[in-house]
Design a protein around this ligand. Sequence first.
Ligand SMILES: [Zn+2]
Ligand SMILES: [Zn+2]
Length: 241
Amino acid sequence: MFGVSAIHGFTLPFYHFSRSYFFKSCESYRFVLKHYNTVFKDNSMGKIFCFCGECELTVASDSALGSYLCGCQDCRQAAQWAEFKGGQKAKILQKDIYVLSDIIDVKGLQHMKAYLLRAGGLSTRVYCNLCYSILGIDFPAYNDTRFMFLEGHCITDLDISMNPVLAINMVDFPKGKTPDLPQGIKIVSSIHDPDKSWTQLPKVKRIRETFPSNRGKRFSQLLNEIGPPKILELEPGLMPK
Ligand SMILES: [Zn+2]
Ligand SMILES: [Zn+2]
């Protein structure tokens, strides 16, 4: 409110000084009000929507933490299953985008459904059961401080413009195909590689070590509200059918 009250504070004395100036000041006041949202808006929120518009997550941040390109077969299969069910087209290489687990509002909970690719699957993925957008994904290593979504499988107004910091799990990338990787990107064959030096990259540390403000709920709480995940029994790496 600082912007508006400051302007308001100096319009009133000018009324006694000059009537025309007062009206000019009113003009300025209206101008400021009109642009108030652009200049002073709360930049601490962002939204993740599904493509049909029924589901929406509001998070307590206007920017993603960062992103990886992920060659793993499970990210790819989850995207292929979305496409198979009528959702967005699956890419071969997914861009995994990480967001703080700090959800301040949920719309369309009744249309959200959690899925595991198979029994024992570690990633729990929340889809819109109407349009098969993927709204968020949990994985134990995220420690419930962050969750992930796949570029192109939901709509967001979060800033996701940062370059991916790694190409990870490239051991799973289909043989005989060449991944389209940004020049110079660090390639990690598998998160299980003994060499963990990638975890010390500042942009990776930012993803892994930023903690939520606790203004909102964690992704685990959303999963509790959605209910137990459905198990899809998809064979690893096979196209869903
Ligand atoms: Zn939807
Ligand atoms: Zn993956």
